[in-house]
Design a protein. Structure first.
Length: 282
């Protein structure tokens, strides 16, 4: 099933099930609510074309993300790309105010110095779990979508005469992930039963039509089950939580190309569609 949310004629945001070029309108409801066959069959049908989409889920208890989960991206960031001894997943979070609808626009801010893109596979959690073993973790996955983890790479770099504390570089990196609108999400959630192997999906990003990232989710260092197990060993995962699984190589920082007003981004993942985002001026 392919679930999306759209701005309806009645002024509300409705959940719909996409069936090709048509959408079954389920009305105002939560994205993760079960859909009965009879309810789906009785739902009004709308053409997909012309609908203005919202993010496929807004009520996200936790938007979590992995840093450094593709070897070539680690290498292009200036770190060793070889896994030696024992590595653990690097998990951070993004506030709900970062979530942006498909086709939405992000305005550059005065403290954006080097705004960048990161196409990522996002996992949507469907069951409450704690301390789940990796071998059982996929049972809590509701579905998948696309996220573009927009990131400010040089946060606070304009400050002159700054006396840096020991962990300031880390917190600058972290704060650079938290700008409003910096997590475009969508265009829809594809339920887990429709994706045979989430670790075998092509993932790409185009900037103004030019291919910048081109990889496959098979290149993830930490796969979805072990990531869920690691997170659930620390915190309870709840229905609606979203986990962004990291980005492959080809980001703007490695290419020396910061995002600029007027740029158009398109993140693509096989089977999950295309997620468009626009960059506007301050």
């Amino acid at each position: 099933m392919r679930l999306l949310r759209f701005f309806a004629a009645d002024g509300g945001v409705h959940v719909g099930v996409r069936q090709g070029d048509l959408v079954r309108d389920l009305g105002v409801r939560e994205t993760l609510e079960p859909v009965a066959a009879a309810q789906l069959a009785a739902a009004p049908v709308l053409p997909l074309k012309g609908l203005r989409l919202d993010a496929p889920i807004r009520n996200v208890p936790k938007l979590l993300a992995l840093a450094g989960n593709y070897k070539k991206h680690i290498a292009e960031s200036g770190f060793s790309d070889q896994k030696t001894n024992i590595w653990t997943p690097q998990i951070f979070w993004k506030p709900n105010t970062t979530i942006l609808e498909p086709g939405g626009s992000v305005a550059l801010r005065a403290n954006n110095v080097f705004f960048d893109y990161e196409a990522e596979l996002a996992v949507v959690i469907g069951k409450r779990v704690k301390d789940v073993a990796a071998k059982n973790a996929m049972a809590c996955v509701f579905g998948y979508t696309i996220v573009n983890d927009l990131s400010e790479r040089k946060f606070n770099s304009k400050l002159e005469g700054r006396d840096k504390r020991e962990f300031d570089p880390f917190f600058d990196w972290l704060m650079g992930k938290w700008f409003d609108g910096s997590a475009p999400l969508g265009p829809e959630i594809v339920t887990a039963d429709e994706i045979a192997d989430p670790h075998a999906l092509g993932i790409r990003l185009r900037l103004n039509g030019e291919l910048m990232q081109d990889s496959n989710t098979s290149q993830m260092l930490f796969r979805i089950p072990e990531t869920i197990a690691a997170i659930s060993a620390v915190m309870t995962l709840e229905p609606g939580d979203v986990i962004a699984t990291g980005t492959p190589e080809g980001v703007g920082m490695a290419r020396g190309r910061a995002l600029q007003a007027g740029d158009h981004l398109r993140a693509e993942i096989d089977g999950l569609g295309e997620l468009d985002t626009h960059i506007s001026g301050a």
